[in-house]
Design a protein around this ligand. Structure first.
Ligand SMILES: NC(=O)c1ccc[n+]([C@@H]2O[C@H](COP(=O)([O-])OP(=O)(O)OC[C@H]3O[C@@H](n4cnc5c(N)ncnc54)[C@H](O)[C@@H]3O)[C@@H](O)[C@H]2O)c1
Length: 256
């Protein structure tokens, strides 16, 4: 059996680009998402390229669903060699208006899910005895403050922390754990954020995006595949001596 990767949030955006990249590194890919139609589209795109896929519809905010998802993959393919924790959501809202529900939602999908998916996938990797790679999609919002994304930023800073703790805990099993911190990526999430920010600032979404691009040293926003290439690297043998790291893929916006 070829190596098996699990990609969460594979129904669109960055997750879909990651799922399309990993067969090039020799992986069959289990695609996990809430959105069945998005999953079917991703599976079709990858299948057309001749790679093996296993779509799993799951709401990862429930820990029992995470456990069930990993079991389903092991039952179907006998192993898990790589996990990419990519599923996420954002709330963009002024600091003083952020509610308890916003806070809990952000910490649940963006952080608690990453912790428990890592734990359950790592158990399968340890049982397989061949090590593995875990890549967590954090954000540059976890590297510095965000006046309108405080809960999201806290969750993403937490993802970097969990990455380092898991790297220490799992190193002796031959499992590497790294994070990728994207900047501004051309996806539905970014379009939503710019709609909200432009309304708050009383400018057009195009003007909001133009101002953001003006702050990016490389002069453009990222494509989903810019992020996917970094993830594929961490899942490849070239990265076998790298663990506990967080790599900014942001065109130079953030340098720490
Ligand atoms: N787009 C950006 O600029 C950007 C920047 C930094 C970090 N990120 C991070 O990258 C990741 C992917 O972002 P994207 O831009 O592709 O977002 P997106 O909104 O386009 O896609 C997110 C995917 O996650 C899935 N998802 C959401 N909640 C889920 C749940 N409870 N269970 C299962 N699946 C769920 C959605 O259905 C969707 O398919 C996220 O973790 C996000 O925080 C994105």
């Amino acid at each position: 059996m070829t190596a098996v990767a699990v990609v969460t949030g594979a129904g669109q955006g960055i997750g879909r680009a990651i799922a399309r990249r990993l067969p090039g590194e020799g992986f069959a890919v289990a695609l996990v998402d809430l959105d069945a139609a998005g999953l079917a589209e991703t599976a079709k795109e990858i299948g057309d390229d001749g790679a093996q896929t296993l779509p799993v519809r799951s709401d990862l905010t429930e820990v029992r669903n995470i456990e069930r998802t990993m079991s389903q993959v092991v039952k179907a393919w006998g192993r898990i060699d790589a996990l990419v924790n990519n599923a996420g959501r954002e709330v963009t809202k002024p600091f003083l208006e952020t509610t308890e529900a916003d806070w809990d939602a952000m910490l649940t999908i963006n952080l608690r899910t990453v912790f428990f998916a890592t734990q359950h996938a790592a158990r399968a990797m340890i049982a397989g005895g061949a090590g593995g790679q875990i890549v967590n999609i954090a954000s540059i919002a976890g590297r510095s403050g965000r006046a309108d994304q405080a809960a999201y930023g806290a969750a993403k800073a937490g993802v970097i922390s969990v990455t380092r703790s898991a790297a220490l805990a799992l190193a002796s099993h031959g499992i590497t754990v790294n994070a990728v911190c994207p900047g501004v990526v051309d996806t539905a999430m970014t379009r939503r954020i710019h709609d909200i920010r432009s309304r708050m600032a009383g400018i057009s979404p195009q003007e909001s995006l133009r101002r953001m691009v003006a702050r990016i040293p490389l002069g453009r926003i990222a494509s989903p595949d810019d992020v996917a290439r970094a993830v594929a690297f961490f899942c490849s043998p070239q990265a076998q001596y790298i663990t506990g790291q967080a790599l900014n893929v942001c065109g130079g916006i953030e340098m720490d």
